[in-house]
Design a protein around this ligand. Structure first.
Ligand SMILES: Nc1ncnc2c1ncn2[C@@H]1O[C@H](COP(=O)(O)OP(=O)(O)OP(=O)(O)O)[C@@H](O)[C@H]1O
Ligand SMILES: [Mg+2]
Length: 258
């Protein structure tokens, strides 16, 4: 099948990932559709970040296959230069360069990957910052001078710098107040709609799952144990999924009484 007509952006089959004697991902299968926002939930320490990092080739797999936009991941060549334009990443720890301003952080991947004039690079980077709702004034600030929400936006702008087809977001709204988190959710939705992005989002934020994600995948015991729309996940019989969505802290997700 031609890559462009492939309905899936990511295909993972029979994936096993571990560290020494610990198996973290255990024969996992997952398909991510092109253009969808998929949310990944799972227990803390359950392997969400490891799965994400393995999909983008940062952690070696023990066995199984991973295909991202038709490209096979994790064989011999650890760094395919094309990958920079296939996906962008917002890491769980933000990971902006502390000695660079917001603007310089967004310029960084552009300088690394494109041969454009300085003026053009700055223009493109500034456009990305504006796209995520930051101003010229914010652009000159260093990471230590940014709020948590602004930091996430800069990291998102950097992830989008090279116009990737997929963005990986590892807990993009953690640490934000509910209003800022809601704004960030709206931003992701808008960007997805306008840029046609595929979004792979790890999150514990039940509101994000409900309002942003087209589908939600639940990771437990190293496998995807449930996947589907939020209403479908709420009906899942899997014990961990039930505990996660029907526990005391998720009452807001219960269907409203009619
Ligand atoms: N580089 C590494 N070397 C050894 N063990 C690791 C490494 N990275 C992760 N692990 C282990 O893999 C397991 C899964 O970690 P991971 O970071 O994927 O959890 P998570 O689901 O993202 O959790 P959280 O929700 O807290 O972010 C943990 O037991 C962790 O200690
Ligand atoms: Mg994590």
């Amino acid at each position: 099948m031609e890559a462009a007509s492939d309905p899936f952006a990511i295909r993972v089959r029979d994936l096993v990932v571990g560290f020494r004697e610990q198996i973290v991902i255990d024969h996992l299968a997952l398909d991510v559709r092109r253009g969808e926002i998929i949310g990944l939930v799972g227990a803390s320490g359950g392997g969400k970040s490891v799965l994400m990092r393995t999909i983008i080739g940062l952690i070696p797999k023990r066995s199984g296959t991973i295909e991202v936009l038709g490209q096979t991941i994790g064989s011999q060549q650890p760094h395919d230069p094309r990958s920079a334009t296939l996906w962008g990443i917002l890491f769980q720890q933000g990971a902006l360069f502390s000695s660079l301003t917001a603007l310089q952080n967004v310029e960084f991947p552009l300088r690394e990957n494109l041969s454009l004039s300085d003026g053009l690079i700055t223009e493109v980077a500034m456009a990305k910052l504006e796209m995520v709702g930051l101003t010229l004034k914010d652009a000159g600030k260093f990471p230590s001078e940014l709020s948590g929400g602004m930091t996430k936006r800069v990291a998102l702008a950097r992830a989008l710098a090279l116009d990737p087809a997929i963005v990986f977001l590892d807990e993009p709204t953690s640490g934000l107040d509910p209003i800022a988190a809601g704004d960030f959710d709206e931003l992701i939705k808008t960007l997805q709609a306008t840029l046609g992005l595929t979004v792979f989002m790890v999150t514990h934020d039940l509101a994000s799952l409900k309002s942003v994600c087209n589908r939600v995948a639940a990771l437990a015991d190293g496998k995807i144990v449930a996947i589907g729309s939020m209403p479908e996940l709420l009906r899942s019989d899997h014990p961990w999924v039930k505990a996660y969505f029907h526990g005391k802290r998720s009452l807001m997700l219960q269907p409203e009484p009619s």
